[in-house]
Design a protein around this ligand. Sequence first.
Ligand SMILES: [Zn+2]
Length: 285
Amino acid sequence: MTPEYRIDAEQRIASYLANNDVDDIKNMQVEQTFDDLGHEVHVWNIRTSGGNWWVVEGESAPMNLYTQNEFYFSADEAYSFHMGITQRLQARHHQTFKHVIDEVPLDIDGIKSISRRLNSAALELNDVSGPEDIQSIGLTCRESLIELAGVLAKGNPELLKDHGLKSADFKGIAKAVINIYAVGKRNSNLRKRCRDLIESAWDQSSEVVHSPNKNIPDAKICLLFTCSAVSVIQNLFLKYLGFDDEPKCPECKSMDYDIVGGENSGEFVLSCNSCGQESAISEEI
Ligand SMILES: [Zn+2]
């Protein structure tokens, strides 16, 4: 420790103690210096009229104060305790933030601005300091759903007129679209589940927007419902486009196959990579 460092440290410690209502310093001296973590950390022994304290400070260590009266008997214990807390805080600070919407398979390529909104709402979750921040996340979710309704209405021009719907009626539009994208008796359970999810997303976001008593988990659930609703509508659309009509191996139902040319032109053979079965495909590919 250089003399300059000592003078500077003594001043910082005196002002730190004053901020913590510890006055009337009788004596301060370095009790012990540790460098086992690659940088110097000093434990100061401070005697005041009101009691004795350890102050831990040093390179890349935040300053902190520990009483000698009760729990911290030695400089060594004060140091260990301090570094444990410091490392935990630093570890938490450096932890890579797990994006809430990484938890749902969200694939909304065609709807870039909804994706952007939901991403920024997920980041806001990390920075909540009051009820208005929670409400703002709810609002972002609701606006995203309304934007999705707009995209759906635009993709199905007759929809609003045919069903007498308003352009901001997310629930009405989404339910009408579910009926278009998942038709037939075989999809009736799926339609019901999708409608329930649409309801959940909309109602949760309305609740979060209007209530000042919601917490971070409520906002997170709101975001998850919203992302799920968007993703589900998109996957229904893929289904509608025929992505669930992919050929399968007639023998083992595997979808891992190659399609190769047959003996005659215009003939194709599905060659299964799982069971080796080769079967002619009659339809055009
Ligand atoms: Zn097969």
